[in-house]
Design a protein. Structure first.
Length: 486
């Protein structure tokens, strides 16, 4: 029997993020993927500011910024008449270097993560399925099916990143609570478009369908993502579309002359499911990403939330495996991430109603789905058992909040110093302590004091960029870290 510390099931964006997190902490793991090759459908096209910060910690955001776009305007039509255009703006805030959503196809995000993983010495095992497993007191015995052989593998921990239909979740006996909205379905796909300039996100709105048709051009590519709301038949079904169907529907709903859709490389039916796993842990097995939560794509947050799940779980698994924390730390994964999933299901359901509401309000269209919440910068873990109440701050910043980024006087960003796997100690005053896995950052720049609302004491920041403790003395931070192992 082979051995590994962590088996990751699924090499979508969530499994890949987790793999990078473990690889850069030198934890032994395997990442398996049922598909023989990476899927090419564009699917998620939005990387939200919080995810951009996380990928910046991996050092890949700047490369992604070059191939995506942040500024494409929304162009709205009723039939063949243009009714308006809204520029795409960011949400003004100076506590992040990435205030704007980055638009690019999901396969590009996955590719960048795979390249990063390879740099870190990891690799995806394609055409490999988790066929069966059995949890014991010693860990988990797994049976993997490769293209040409079966393998017995023992792992200490297993993380199911195997998508909304997760068979691992089902085998773990974790319920997926919620509902399927049979009436809310969309045709989605990738096409090339002849006859339209690639300078806007085109939305044809109608009082009947809401989004009657939408075409989004990706930068540096011939591909456009297509979405169209499709009412199901009496049995609740929507047929799988063909390129001919896309063209017929386009003509019917837009009455645009001289536009043809060609070379479709992906066609699918998207049906809204609103479900959340009843728990995220069963013994030594965890679930993350779509395996834990599915919801409307309105607002563009599914992949993003999954990436953030993996970023929460990765350092915790590594800390327990490397003997720096006891097993209780792993319970805080569900404690912190389940409330986020509940918020996600609620907010995306509200946005879905707007999407389907039709153009009658004059507000329908994707641009009304974006609010400052979709940046995911405001999400926090206040109240988590990992937070310690400490010194109050002038800005109201508390333990559990995301550590704000700050542009320093010399033009660099605080996040340049926060990058890396360690805990960070922002030192505003007091003695300069050191400890394993603790990076001390002297906070002499006034802008940091202003952003954090304190002039003295320390701020202890977790490896995933959230504040654990704001204290008068550095010693309290060391006590906090020591307590993780008690
Ligand atoms: C049209 C569309 C638009 C979207 N737009 C957005 C958006 O703008 N923003 C956003 O954030 N999200 C969006 N999403 C959602 C996003 O695509 C998903 O949330 C994301 O793919 C989830 O990632 P994941 O890694 O959890 O799962 P997946 O990407 O589904 O990956 C799971 C992987 O596990 C593999 N697998 C399954 N079972 C096994 C097994 N037993 N053994 C081995 N491997 C297995 C699968 O083959 C798959 O590759 C959109 C989705 C669609 C369809």
């Amino acid at each position: 029997m082979h051995h590994t510390k962590v088996l990751i099931i699924g090499a979508g964006p969530v499994g890949l993020t987790l793999a990078c997190e473990l690889a850069r902490r030198h934890v032994s793991f395997r990442i398996i993927e049922r598909a023989a090759v990476a899927p090419q459908g564009s699917r998620a096209k939005a990387l939200q500011p919080r995810s951009l910060e996380i990928l910046n910690d991996f050092g890949i955001t700047e490369d992604l910024m070059r191939i995506g776009t942040t500024d494409l305007p929304y162009r709205k039509f009723q039939g063949n008449k243009m009714t308006g255009e809204t520029p795409r703006t960011g949400f003004p805030r100076n506590d992040t270097r990435y205030p704007k959503t980055l638009l690019l196809p999901q396969p590009e995000v996955e590719k960048a993560l795979r390249v990063k993983l390879q740099d870190l010495g990891g690799t995806v095992e394609w055409a490999t399925t988790l066929a069966a497993f059995n949890q014991t007191n010693e860990g988990i015995d797994c049976y993997l099916e490769h293209a040409d052989q079966r393998e017995a593998l023992h792992c200490n921990y297993m993380v199911a990143c195997d998508g909304g239909k997760s068979t691992t979740r089902k085998k773990l006996g974790i319920d997926f609570i919620g509902e399927t909205h049979q009436e809310e379905q969309l045709w989605v796909g990738d096409v090339e478009v002849e006859g339209l300039a690639r300078d806007a996100w085109y939305n044809w709105l109608s009082p009947v369908f809401g989004i009657a048709f939408a075409l989004f051009p990706f930068k540096n590519s011939h591909i456009w993502q297509l979405q169209a709301v499709m009412p199901p038949d009496q049995d609740g079904n929507v047929p799988l579309p063909t390129l001919e169907d896309f063209n017929r529907l386009f003509k019917e709903r837009t009455q645009m002359e001289g536009v043809t859709l060609i070379n479709s490389t992906w066609q699918s039916v998207y049906r809204v499911n609103i479900r959340r796993a009843e728990r995220y842990r069963a013994g030594n097995a965890f679930i993350a990403g779509d395996a834990g939560h599915v919801h409307s794509i309105a607002g563009g947050m599914g992949m993003n939330t999954g990436i953030q799940d993996a970023y929460n779980l990765g350092w915790k698994l590594a800390a327990v495996i490397n003997g720096q924390a006891n097993d209780n730390l792993l319970d805080t994964y569900g404690e912190e991430r389940i409330p986020i999933a509940d918020w996600l299901l609620e907010t995306t359901s509200q946005r879905q109603k707007v999407l389907l509401a039709g153009a009658t309000s004059g507000k329908s269209g994707f641009e009304s789905l974006r609010t400052s919440d979709t940046t995911q910068l405001n999400l926090h873990y206040r109240g988590s058992s990992l937070c310690r109440t400490g010194q109050p701050t002038a800005t109201g910043l508390e333990a559990g909040d995301r550590a704000p980024d700050v542009q320093l006087e010399n033009g660099s960003w605080l996040s340049d110093q926060l990058r890396g796997t360690e805990w960070k100690l922002l030192l505003f005053s007091g003695e300069r302590l050191s400890g394993q896995q603790l990076k001390v950052i002297s906070s002499s720049d006034e802008r940091i004091s202003k952003a954090y609302g304190i002039n003295t004491g320390v701020v202890l920041i977790r490896p995933d960029g959230y504040i654990a403790l704001i204290a008068a003395e550095a010693r309290e931070a060391l006590d906090y870290l020591n307590a993780l192992n008690r």
